[in-house]
Design a binder for this molecule. Structure first.
Ligand SMILES: Cc1ncc(C[n+]2csc(CCOP(=O)(O)OP(=O)(O)O)c2C)c(N)n1
Ligand SMILES: CC(=O)[C@@H](O)[C@H](O)COP(=O)(O)O
Ligand SMILES: [Mg+2]
Length: 634
């Protein structure tokens, strides 16, 4: 029977011998490659934390000692060790295992959100709660070198440094990479500590000899450990952590179980906040991942478990591909344009632009707040920055967009990839809040292009705005086929038109295609509809309000949250000028959506042609029968 089959909870690890532990690590790696290659997921990060996670669960007592994974994408081994191995066949699938920690799945899971750099704050808060309640529990926060470039992490470290009695262990999982190599002075410092390991290796030999010596071995080891700090001061540069007043242990080989357990035990026994700096290898044990220069298989689709080759060739271009292509062209046409990424150069589509214009791309690390205010500075200095982030991560930089960009009337363009429902990454990854927060920003203009041509046109328009934030957003989907306008009127495109239309369908972005589908279904029921693409959804075009006034029913369809979305703003503008045409708003409901495919989530939200057409027809017929039209809000 494989060792892995015997592991149902962390305590099952404690009875294993050294050789069994090594065998188990091998089995877990094979399990990850076999299973994640079939489902897709964060293969590289999890291959890098096999021994680390095993050591944590051997030294600490989860869930009494909370183990928190920053960003959460590297928690597969934790899930395996806490009895969920069988569920991996349903990883990231509807009703299946989440790709991130999930409190609904296990008492061992504490923090679910996939937004980086939060784990130290979570840990500090938990540890303070335990201390205040007299509980001798130790909190373990596992944070990657990439997540450590996020400002929140340093806010937490600043607070940890002055709490000597706080039982918290910060495990830095340092593999030197986010997707690409981690950037900035912190990364350089960690690299310095990584490379300056001579004292650790010297001591390692001494420790093993003393530890194994009969009689006074253990006491001698503890004495040596005390010396180590002294030695380290001499042999290795004092880490900034220690300068901050934080105890620092390491760097430790993150694949050496014994060294890890010794360091974690020492940290646990300190009784105060300790940094344990572990050196790991992203993608370890799977050659295709280890050799992947771009991102070490950070996140893979379905791949061949031997070669790592994708099982399905990406035949159709994505929105990201279209953005990537056009940015290179814009780079030539707009010489003052520069681009900013928050540690996601390739995922957001800036890889090609950075090859052509290496001096005009800035990777700021996982630091969206800094990215946006730095963009305000770049704009004030005469350039036009394009901030390219996933929609959900813009949430983090709302204040900077509002106060530093908009209030200072700086021309910054935000390109939001993964806008709308994303799906498999779960609730915190859906790009559903961007329209709502952007709608609060005075002067901001937002476009959701319906196809490649409209994206290109929107980007060019945005680059011409030098006194306000502009936003162009698109989904994770493949690029849709072009949808030509029948007529361009008052800044908007009519993509379906009927002189006698009673219903006005307002589509945004990819959902213009969905609105056309609804129009065709209504037509079969004898209901005539016009479909309009506002092109710029925010601020609401007064001509759209006038158009609404000329119809008997208006239907707004958007791939963002209904609450605070474009439909809500259209409703406000219609009421403001006393246009009382009934309005139905279709979009994402105001709740956290479970992981599933994008199509499944959209169906759950009723965002399909048949679903919308059925609702609209029902409302229309009620109206015709003289009943008050119910205002549909998802
Ligand atoms: C606020 C935020 N910005 C961006 C991301 C996208 N993202 C997910 S994982 C990752 C890299 C994380 O690097 P690191 O913390 O070193 O973990 P590793 O993958 O190396 O284990 C990034 C940028 C995110 N999850 N949260
Ligand atoms: C954990 C994280 O935030 C990213 O790795 C994210 O999972 C990537 O999403 P895409 O796969 O849509 O690029
Ligand atoms: Mg990393």
């Amino acid at each position: 029977m494989a060792l892995l089959d015997q592991i149902k909870q962390p305590s099952d690890l404690r009875g294993l011998s050294r050789s069994e532990l090594d065998d188990l690590a091998r089995e877990i790696r094979a399990f990850l490659v076999t299973n994640v290659s079939r489902t897709g997921g964060h293969l590289g990060p999890n291959l890098g934390v096999v021994e680390l996670t095993m050591a944590i669960h051997r030294v600490f007592d989860s869930p009494s000692d909370p183990v928190i994974f920053d960003t959460g994408h590297q928690s597969y081994v934790h899930k395996i060790l806490t009895g969920r191995a069988e569920a991996f066949t349903g990883l990231r699938q509807q009703g299946g295992l989440s790709g991130y920690p999930s409190r609904a799945e296990s008492e061992h899971d504490w923090v679910e959100n996939s937004h980086a750099s939060t784990s130290l704050s979570w840990g500090e808060g938990l540890a303070k709660a335990f201390r205040l309640q007299g509980e001798q529990r130790t909190v373990v926060s596992v944070i990657g070198d990439g997540a450590l470039t996020g400002g929140m992490a340093w806010e937490a470290l600043n607070n940890l440094a002055v709490q000597d009695d706080l039982r918290m262990v910060v495990v830095v999982n340092d593999n030197g990479r986010s997707y690409t190599p981690t950037v900035g002075g912190l990364a350089a410092h960690l690299a310095g500590l990584r490379t300056d390991r001579r004292y650790e290796q010297t001591l390692e030999v001494a420790k093993r000899a003393i530890n194994n010596a009969p009689l006074f071995g253990r006491q001698a080891y503890d004495l040596l450990h005390g010396m180590k700090t002294g030695l380290k001061d001499v042999l290795a540069p004092q880490g900034m952590f220690s300068d901050l007043g934080l105890k620092y242990v390491g760097p430790v080989d993150g694949h050496d179980l014994e060294a890890l357990e010794r360091s974690l035990e020492a940290a646990k026994n300190f009784g105060g906040p300790v940094i344990v700096h572990c050196i790991t290898q992203k993608g370890r044990g799977f050659k295709a991942a280890e050799d992947n220069e771009q991102d070490r298989f950070h996140a893979v689709g379905k791949i061949d478990e031997h070669t790592g080759e994708p099982l399905s060739a990406a035949v159709q271009a994505t929105w990201t591909d279209a953005f990537s292509d056009h940015m290179v062209r814009l780079g030539e046409k707009f010489p003052t344009m520069v681009a900013i990424t928050a540690a996601m150069l390739h995922p957001v589509g800036l890889g090609r632009f950075s090859q052509v214009y290496p001096d005009r791309v800035f990777d700021v690390g996982i630091a969206e707040q800094h990215a946006v205010t730095s963009a305000a500075g770049l704009a004030a200095g005469g350039l036009h920055p394009v901030v390219a982030v996933y929609s959900t991560f813009l949430n983090r930089a709302f204040d900077q967009m509002l106060m530093d960009v908009a209030m200072h009337r700086q021309g910054v363009t935000f390109c939001l990839d993964r806008a709308g429902v994303t799906g498999p990454d779960g609730a915190s990854h859906n790009g559903m809040w961007d329209v709502g927060i952007c709608g609060l920003v005075p002067g901001l203009r937002l476009s959701s292009p319906r196809d490649r041509q409209r994206m290109e046109e929107a980007l060019e328009t945005a680059l011409g705005v030098d006194d306000a934030p502009t936003v162009v957003r698109w989904s994770k989907e493949k690029l849709p086929d072009p949808i030509e306008a029948l007529r361009h009127t008052e800044g908007m495109d009519l993509v379906a038109y009927d002189e006698q239309a009673e219903v006005l369908l307002v589509g945004h972005g990819q959902f213009v295609g969905l609105a056309l589908e609804v129009a065709a279904l209504l037509d079969k029921q004898g209901v005539r509809a016009t479909v309009v693409d506002p092109l710029w959804s925010l601020p609401v075009n007064p001509a759209l309000v006038d158009m609404a006034a000329r119809h008997q029913l208006v239907v707004n369809i958007e791939d963002s949250m209904v609450a605070g979305g474009v439909g809500a703003r259209l409703s406000h503008e219609m009421r403001r000028v006393r246009v009382d045409t009934p309005l139905m708003c279709f979009g994402i409901p105001q709740r956290f959506l479970d992981h599933a495919s994008r199509g499944q989530v959209l169906a759950e939200c009723g965002l399909t042609g048949p679903d919308i057409a059925r609702e609209v027809l029902g409302c229309w017929l009620s109206q015709q029968a003289g009943q008050p039209a119910e205002q549909h809000q998802a």
